[in-house]
Design a protein around this ligand. Structure first.
Ligand SMILES: Nc1nc2c(c(=O)[nH]1)N[C@H]1C(S)=C(S)[C@@H](COP(=O)(O)OP(=O)(O)OC[C@H]3O[C@@H](n4cnc5c(=O)[nH]c(N)nc54)[C@H](O)[C@@H]3O)O[C@H]1N2
Ligand SMILES: Nc1nc2c(c(=O)[nH]1)N[C@H]1C(S)=C(S)[C@@H](COP(=O)(O)OP(=O)(O)OC[C@H]3O[C@@H](n4cnc5c(=O)[nH]c(N)nc54)[C@H](O)[C@@H]3O)O[C@H]1N2
Ligand code: SF4
Ligand SMILES: [Mo]
Length: 700
């Protein structure tokens, strides 16, 4: 036995980038704790970090390629796998056209240095426009808003949580999720610090979430009515003459247009629909404008809904007109050391709407189509039909709306490949699964989350353990397929080479930023709080912020129709919303015994009054049905949810035949996406609607 050693790295599971201290001896991990010397996370970590160990040792995890045969899955060599895959892909494209091949990218790609670096050339090598990802079941409305208002989809304003005096959180539960499009390890500590310095946190949510519980104020809102609330707040800011653009006055277009549009949304006009009385809305606007600094942060609940596009636009508008933009304590742009916008030219024409999807005409953006249209693109015959698919680190059967339909669609494909570490609900449909290395076997650098971070910091983590000789990294898999699809020799670039180039040529390059510098500073480097930088960072052709882009104004008729609709269809009288759990991450961490032990977390929360009306008792099995499907789930009666709304976890349903996730199967739960409806999208952005799903409930 060698001596006990210490390794420092960032956790790659969620967006918070917590620094970890791992003690190990030879190939045995002894402990995983928060790294006290990480300048950003300062020792914080959540219970999921310790599960990195479980994923590393997991006996179910795939290490070599496997191929589906009539007599079951068999191990094959990498060479055989690459030969077959590229031969099949090429043959299918030759016969049906380039776009007959599609790709789906899941969430862990964003948490992997190698994947983030190699996916662009990889996607190009496939030569198809049929690309999809989990982004369109998530944060697409944020990117669309940034694209139209600031000229670049990746220029995301983040709440300056560490300096704000007033934080309005709409549709986010960062105490559980640890933040999203807001990289902020220890959100709970940062929220409490707002309160400690005399500030206030307000949460708007149909559920009294854990974040709402520690906030100073919680307002219950009816699902999907956030755009109306945001408009009413904007209305109040104009009506009370509190518009204050500060240093952005000369660089903001569209204020008058916005003022005239907002006139139609007085608190009294929207209160009934939103479920918040007019006086409370006025008070909220007054509190926000009275604060020395304030920020509105809206996330999942306000993104993955019918008006996600409008919500993210209006959130930016509210921050801008209250003088809380590009200013300490408001919404600010990070300046990451690896700057994704380094080569982004001002006025660069975006790809929004460059194409429209074949079947439903949803807009293409940022190199992809919305995932809600994937199943119908596979199942609808005709020119351009998808015949073959590669999924990379994604589990859309559980994560995309109407996952069952997608599973059916996968059975109709001529050929499917998955790059994944598990044989799961999605990959079981593949002909070949290619397993990459994961977690502690990989080097790590957060190229995306540094761009959404509440503080400018930078860190590189080397692999903890070398991979086995017969293992490949995801990025090596991607490169091998690319080079074969391109019929060209592999270029020599590694993720580390590209990273070093971007760091040295990036915004801190003159200060000697480089990969070597990061290797020499294993706890990470702090570059300080966010700084006003919009003048340097903005990418619109005019150099101005557009407060009232045409596409949003054109979408208002849809919002207005909401206020004019007839009484709701009583076939599905409840609105289903989702929740995240502290001990699971989307669909893939449930094979860790320590994360799933204990009582069944996959329950349907329902209000006491609703339960009484329906004669439902605690723990009883319920049948929940929607337009597309039904599930059976236990009742959890609570007063923490709005009447008429029910809530269940997302990311569960690991009980399917033909998968190989033995731990997950013991605490399987059911899939929320057997109820969500792929035909329902935010038509403006194409984002999936995963909240506010009309459902019926009865005893099973
Ligand atoms: N109803 C509902 N649906 C939702 C949501 C919701 O709130 N409600 N949330 C949405 C959101 S925000 C997201 S981001 C998506 C996520 O959607 P997906 O990305 O499709 O789902 P994940 O669970 O992240 O799937 C991760 C997959 O990657 C594999 N994997 C894990 N690590 C690695 C690795 O290192 N390499 C490789 N190659 N594979 C790996 C896992 O085995 C798994 O198959 O789900 C969305 N779906
Ligand atoms: N522990 C854990 N952490 C995670 C994840 C995980 O699975 N587990 N997933 C990660 C990922 S991929 C993401 S994208 C982030 C997401 O992080 P968050 O954006 O914080 O998402 P959620 O935790 O789903 O919280 C969404 C909130 O919106 C509320 N809501 C639902 N519908 C509406 C609505 O119509 N209006 C309003 N105002 N609120 C609504 C819900 O009640 C819920 O409290 O979390 C990340 N972090
Ligand atoms: S909060 Fe996220 S990054 Fe931090 S330890 Fe937990 S899973 Fe990892
Ligand atoms: Mo996500």
């Amino acid at each position: 036995m060698n001596e006990v050693k210490t390794h420092y790295r960032n956790c790659n599971i969620c967006e918070a980038m917590c620094g970890l201290e791992i003690k190990y001896q030879d190939k045995q991990i002894l402990s995983i704790k928060g790294d006290q010397n990480d300048p950003f996370s300062k020792g914080y970590n959540c219970p999921k970090a310790t599960a990195l160990e479980d994923f590393y040792y997991d006996k179910d995890r795939l290490k070599t390629p496997i191929k589906r045969t009539t007599s079951g899955w068999v191990d094959i060599s990498w060479e055989e796998a690459f030969d077959e895959i590229t031969e099949k892909f090429k043959a299918i494209q030759h016969k049906h056209g380039k776009n007959a091949l599609a790709g789906y990218l899941g969430n862990p790609n964003a948490h992997s240095l190698g994947n983030a670096m190699m996916l662009k050339p990889f996607s190009k090598s496939l030569g198809t426009i049929n690309r999809f990802s989990s982004a369109s079941a998530d944060q697409l409305p944020h990117h669309v808003a940034s694209n139209f208002m600031f000229g670049a989809g990746m220029l995301i304003p983040v709440p300056d949580i560490d300096r704000t005096d007033f934080m309005l959180i709409i549709g986010g539960n960062p105490v559980v999720s640890n933040g999203s499009m807001m990289t902020a390890p220890n959100v709970i500590g940062r929220m409490k610090a707002i309160q400690k310095r005399g500030g206030k946190v307000v949460v708007v949510d149909p559920k009294c979430s854990r974040t709402a519980k520690i906030a100073d104020q919680h307002l219950f809102i009816r699902p999907e009515k956030d755009a109306l609330l945001l408009f009413a707040l904007i209305h109040c800011v104009f009506a009370s003459n509190k518009v204050n653009l500060r240093h952005l006055a000369a660089m903001t277009d569209g204020v008058e247009t916005l003022e005239s549009v907002a006139k139609d949304y007085a608190p009294e006009d929207v209160a009934e629909f939103v479920g918040i009385d007019a006086q409370s809305i006025r008070q909220l606007a007054a509190d926000m404008t009275a604060a020395d600094s304030a920020v509105c942060y809206s996330r999942m609940g306000a993104s993955t809904q019918t008006f996600g596009g409008l919500c993210q636009w209006l959130t930016n508008v509210l921050n801008i007109i209250t003088g809380n933009f590009d200013r300490a304590g408001g919404a600010m742009f990070p300046q990451p050391a690896y700057d994704l916008l380094r080569n982004h030219v001002k006025g660069h024409k975006s790809s929004f709407g460059q194409y429209h999807s074949r079947v439903r005409k949803l807009p293409f953006f940022n190199g992809e189509f919305p995932v809600s249209t994937l199943a119908e693109e596979i199942q609808t015959p005709g020119e351009g039909q998808i015949k073959s698919l590669i999924t990379i680190a994604g589990n859309p059967v559980l994560s995309a709306p109407n996952g069952k339909q997608l599973a059916d669609a996968f059975t109709e494909l001529d050929y499917m490949v998955s790059v994944d570490i598990y044989l799961n609900e999605t990959t079981k449909y593949a002909d070949i699964i290619l397993p990459g290395t994961t977690g502690v076997e990989n080097s790590h650098f957060d190229i995306f989350f540094n761009s959404f971070s509440v503080r400018n910091t930078v860190k590189y983590s080397a692999p903890l353990f070398e991979k086995n000789a017969d293992q490949r990294s995801d990025w090596q898999i991607l490169k091998e397929i690319s080079s074969r699809m391109n019929n060209s020799p592999m270029d020599p670039y590694t993720p580390e080479m590209i990273l070093d180039r971007e760091l040295t040529q990036g915004p801190y390059g003159e200060e000697g930023m480089s990969l070597q510098k990061l290797i020499d500073n294993p706890h990470g480097i702090d570059m300080g709080p966010l700084m006003p930088c919009i003048e340097q960072r903005i990418k619109t052709a005019t150099g101005k912020i557009d407060l009232a882009p045409r596409i949003y104004l054109d979408d208002l008729s849809r919002l207005n129709a909401l206020m004019a609709t007839a009484p709701r269809d009583q076939t599905y009288p409840f609105d289903l919303i989702g929740r995240r759990l502290v001990k699971s991450h989307n669909t893939w961490t449930q094979n860790s015994a320590r994360l799933v032990k204990g009582k069944n977390p996959c329950t349907l929360e329902i209000h006491t009054q609703d339960a009484q009306t329906l004669g439902i008792k605690q723990g009883q099995l319920l049948k929940v049905s929607s337009r597309v499907g039904e599930i059976h789930i236990e009742a959890a009666i609570t007063n923490d949810i709005l009447q008429g709304v029910v809530c269940m976890p997302q990311g569960w349903g690991h009980n399917q035949q033909g998968t190989r996730m033995s731990v997950a199967a013991t605490q399987a739960g059911v899939s929320m996406n057997d109820l969500t409806d792929a035909s329902k999208v935010d038509t403006l952005t194409g984002n999936a609607v995963l909240n506010g799903i009309p459902v019926a409930i009865e005893l099973a």
